[in-house]
Write a protein that binds this ligand. Structure first.
Ligand code: GRF
Length: 207
């Protein structure tokens, strides 16, 4: 660790929140290198909200439909996060695409997790796409967010086998276990300043 202060982490969610829980758990164990200070959902019904509150993390809801345009919605998200002093953002099952407005507020500081080995199978239902395509190996990817969907520079990936008897559910569960392992690890690398990005390449220092 450097002498710098741990980044203040904001987590954006829309649903279940199992990756968020893995991140909060890592923080509770002192293994995240960042301090989760706010969980924001665009969906007031997201089970993630109650889970975050249970762990004592502040929560907020910012609904897209309360704003006339995508950029107003993004400005409201930024205002919530900046108001909490957030300087690192993790998307954890956040079901909206963020644009220039949002990314400009946190340049190089927004991470996402996707349940495939990118660049294979971006977008929705990545596990179903992998099964239907017939790949023998799939996995998950933590990457920096840019303006294209599931596209930015890759920090960490983990692979899992695709087995003949797999259903979307069994494959998703196998991948999810790896998501929960690599997302907190990737956040820690970024939080500790051990990641350097050059174009698409991400260099991890002192591993
Ligand atoms: C995960 O599979 C994640 O990779 C994808 O959305 C899902 C969110 O699950 N982006 P959870 O809300 O973290 O349980």
């Amino acid at each position: 660790m450097t002498a710098e202060k741990a980044p203040r982490l904001g987590i954006l969610v829309s649903g279940r929140g199992s990756n968020m829980e893995a991140i909060l758990q890592a923080a509770a164990l002192g293994r995240l290198g960042a301090t989760p200070v706010l969980v924001v959902s665009d969906n007031p019904q997201a089970p993630a909200l109650a889970k975050a509150a249970q762990r004592g993390v502040a929560i907020a809801v910012v609904r897209r439909r309360d704003y006339a345009s995508a950029s107003e919605f993004e400005r409201a998200l930024v205002a919530e996060l900046k108001g909490a002093g957030v300087d690192l953002v993790a998307l954890a099952g956040f079901m909206r695409v963020l644009g220039r407005e949002f990314l400009a507020a946190f340049p190089g500081r927004v991470l996402n997790i996707h349940p495939s080995l990118l660049p294979s199978f971006p977008g929705l239902h990545a596990q179903r796409q992998a099964l239907e395509y017939g790949v023998r190996v799939s996995g998950c990817t933590v990457h920096f967010v840019d303006e294209q969907v599931d596209h930015g520079p890759i920090v960490l990936q983990a692979a899992v086998p695709v087995l003949p008897a797999d259903t979307e559910e069994t494959l998703s569960a196998r991948i999810l276990a790896e998501e929960h392992r690599i997302y907190p690890e990737a956040i820690r690398l970024v939080a500790e300043g051990r990641v350097r990005v050059e174009g698409r390449r991400v260099w991890i220092l002192d591993r």
